[in-house]
Design a binder for this molecule. Structure first.
Ligand SMILES: Cc1cc2nc3c(=O)[nH]c(=O)nc-3n(C[C@H](O)[C@H](O)[C@H](O)COP(=O)(O)OP(=O)(O)OC[C@H]3O[C@@H](n4cnc5c(N)ncnc54)[C@H](O)[C@@H]3O)c2cc1C
Length: 451
């Protein structure tokens, strides 16, 4: 039987909060339990819309006393839906949106409910930015805790590489600061270990001067996929750190399948246009949006391709190479997709990501040149099984050309979290978990059980 929270019990917690509690009977409950992935349908006992550190401490202690498990919600984008849970409490940070920029120190502190679009808006007022996600509606919290790749990462590293400190409420309800000097082992784990170790109430990031950027999407007919992906591979492998390329085969309802390349060049404009030539020379473009744009415009250019509420099942693989054989497999799989939204996406990594020492952070995959995302996406629950089978089959086919590792932030529900870490790293993370959350209170994540 589903446990219930009595009215008097809820009142007790409510009295300790500045924020508010949504119960199953409350207005707004159903809206607040929805996450980005439309396949997720979890019914928490209560959603606690926390308004600050004190609220989080009170909620954690309340949950501990009653043996209730706790999910933590940042931006709610994780495809596994781990921001919500059945029959537990959700600590929802959506009200915690403060962002303070120190333009002189080139640092910003942002609370755990901030989304990348909100962060960029604030930091761009000072002509500054931090490496973040490539879709503006993604939360800074989950993305940073799992690693965090974006347009600036080849120049300045992952989001987690630019984390200076984090404020954390542990499973005991204690407030701790994690940085290179304070709780350094926890700080190590927060940079790639996912949301396992406590509720991060705010993140302090390094900022860099960035304003205009030559960026955009060039798309071609699907039939050109092999040629376009091969050219993408070649230009991506040769790119200087200040240039990043993405590629994908996507489907737009009503339009059909397209192969597309995305470039962002943070160097001189002339040099960026020259770098684009080998792609444009392929001819027959159906879309070309490349232009010099403000940073925030670039950060939003892929938003429309990732609307909330579609049914998503993902597989991801770090690729040691993007051989002709792999490209052939990707194109063949996209020829026969179960759903009309299925897509693949390739990010080119390297640059500053691979210059961070392998053991400096919990993030594992420093040296893979590409990260492949296989995204089974539909609107129809009847397609769920066939769609997931399609993604798994393609994943198995490309596995021999991969490093064997997956990106923790792209794992789906039920995936093995071990694929995101080596044995040694996994063991070290389990030790940090044992120290800060020995009872596994925070278990709705890609869970690392306490050692
Ligand atoms: C459309 C889309 C685009 C994406 N683009 C990118 C990209 O460009 N680069 C990239 O690296 N990744 C990208 N991702 C993956 C993204 O990094 C993950 O989905 C990430 O988990 C999202 O963070 P969130 O805060 O929105 O998610 P949530 O679902 O809220 O949280 C994710 C996990 O982190 C935990 N968590 C959340 N907040 C906290 C907190 N304050 N303290 C402790 N734990 C917390 C949650 O419990 C959960 O387990 C994308 C995802 C989507 C859906």
């Amino acid at each position: 039987m589903t446990p219930a929270l009595g009215v008097s019990t809820v009142k007790e917690l409510e009295g300790a909060l500045r924020g508010r509690i949504l119960l199953r009977s409350s207005d707004g409950y159903d809206q607040s339990r929805q996450v980005w992935n439309g396949m997720i349908d979890k019914r928490p006992l209560a959603i606690v819309k926390v308004a600050g550190v004190a609220d989080i401490q009170a909620t954690v202690k309340f949950a501990q006393e009653r043996g209730l498990p706790v999910a933590i919600r940042g931006g709610g984008h994780n495809v596994a839906g781990s921001a919500v849970c059945d029959d537990g409490l959700v600590i929802d940070l959506a009200l915690m949106k403060s962002i303070r920029v120190d333009p002189h120190a080139r640092r910003a502190r942002a609370e755990g409910g901030v989304l990348w679009g909100e962060y960029d808006h604030q930091t761009q007022a000072f002509g500054l930015a931090s490496p973040g996600g490539a879709v503006s509606t993604t939360g800074i919290a989950g993305l940073t805790l799992g690693g965090g790749f974006g347009y600036l990462s080849r120049m300045y590293g992952l989001a987690c590489d630019n984390l200076i400190s984090a404020d954390v409420v542990t499973a005991a309800g204690e407030f701790v600061i994690a940085s290179e000097n304070l709780n350094p082992e926890l700080f190590w784990g927060l940079r790639g270990g996912g949301g396992n170790f406590g509720v991060v109430t705010s993140f302090e990031y390094q900022l860099y001067p960035v304003q205009q950027v030559l960026s955009g999407i060039v798309a071609f007919p699907f039939e050109m996929s092999e040629a376009v992906l091969k050219r993408y591979r070649d230009v991506a492998l040769e790119a200087p750190d200040h240039r990043v390329w993405f590629a994908g085969i996507l489907q737009i309802p009503g339009v059909g399948k397209l192969v597309a390349v995305v470039m962002s060049n943070f160097g001189s404009e002339d040099e960026g246009w020259r770098a684009l030539r080998p792609i444009r020379e392929l001819g027959s473009t159906v879309l070309d949006t490349v232009a010099t744009v403000p940073y925030c415009v670039m950060q939003r250019q892929l938003d429309a391709n990732s609307p909330k509420g579609l049914r998503n099942y993902w597989k991801s693989a770090y690729m040691s190479q993007l051989s002709d054989e792999v490209i052939g497999l990707l194109v063949a799989a996209m020829e026969n997709t179960p759903a009309d939204r299925d897509q693949i996406m390739i990010e080119s990594h390297g640059g500053a990501i691979s210059r961070v020492a392998k053991d400096a952070t919990a993030f594992e995959h420093r040296y893979a040149p590409f990260n492949l995302g296989i995204f089974a996406v539909s609107t129809d629950p009847m397609l769920d099984q066939a769609d997931a089978a399609w993604a798994r089959k393609l994943y198995q086919q490309i596995l021999p050309n991969s490093t064997g590792g997956s990106y923790v932030n792209y794992l789906s529900e039920g995936d093995d979290v071990h694929t995101a870490y080596s044995d040694a790293r996994f063991g070290r993370l389990a030790g940090i978990k044992a120290r800060h959350d020995p009872g596994n209170l925070f278990r709705f994540n890609h869970n690392i059980a306490p050692a």
